[in-house]
Write a protein that binds this ligand. Structure first.
Ligand code: CA
Length: 225
């Protein structure tokens, strides 16, 4: 799952980015309003959530939010704001934001709000299974036959993406868009490497892999698994 964070204070941006990456999100950061607006408009379908600081150099968060809402009503937007009057909060929500959080905030609170918004998107759950493999996104746990399986952040994100799209082919380009951030260098073989890591950790020995390769297109976890 991929998040756009528009925040001009480097220390806050780093704190949020690092925390979210530990939770398995890919995070793109814009440090000013203009590039934030550009990234939001250019990559709209790639983001699962947009986090917008309110006061930004150039274009402010409200303007970005309005521009996003002109194109897309689905994508959750959360304001990060130092403003703390009720009027300002209402103004943010009227501009189309789904939620707002006042600075300073605890990372856990931000994460909880992101999870709530992602849960309320149609078709998006937080627990998934495939045969005897179970994934709980909120507690960040993957088990096989009830036994804990340790995954790296990228392995976790990739598995989450494949399971969210169970029964459908996950195209390689789409996997890159949703699991890797904007700094990905388009070496496609990285995906195969991570698929192999997942297979090594989760496949039944001697059996067909739980991840099917669709040659030249991508990968799929079948519904009957
Ligand atoms: Ca700011």
């Amino acid at each position: 799952m991929r998040i756009l964070l528009v925040e001009d204070e480097t220390s806050i941006a780093n704190f949020i980015k690092e925390g979210l990456e530990e939770e398995g999100f890919a995070v793109d950061v814009a440090d000013n309003g203009k590039s934030g607006m550009q990234m939001a408009i250019d990559n709209m379908t790639e983001y699962d959530v947009i986090l917008l600081d309110w006061m930004l150099p150039g274009v402010n968060g409200i303007e970005i939010c309005r521009a996003v809402r002109k194109e897309n009503n689905e994508i959750p937007v959360i304001f990060l704001t130092a403003k703390d009057t009720t009027d300002d909060a209402v103004f943010g929500l009227e501009a189309g934001a789904n939620d707002y959080i006042r600075k300073p905030f605890a990372f856990e609170e931000l994460l909880a709000r992101i999870r709530v918004l992602m849960r309320s998107k149609p078709g998006d759950g937080t627990t998934f299974h495939c045969g005897d493999i179970e994934m709980d996104v909120e507690s960040h746990r993957v088990t096989k036959k009830g036994k804990n399986i340790e995954l790296t952040q990228k392995e976790f994100s990739l598995l989450e993406f494949l399971l969210r799209n169970k029964g459908k082919v996950s195209r390689r380009t789409r996997i890159i868009e949703k699991v890797w951030d904007i700094h990905f260098d388009y070496d496609n073989s990285v995906i195969d490497v991570y698929i192999n890591f997942l297979r090594k950790k989760l496949d039944e020995q001697g059996a067909e892999s739980f991840i099917e390769t669709i040659r030249g297109v991508g990968y799929r976890i079948n519904n009957d698994k």
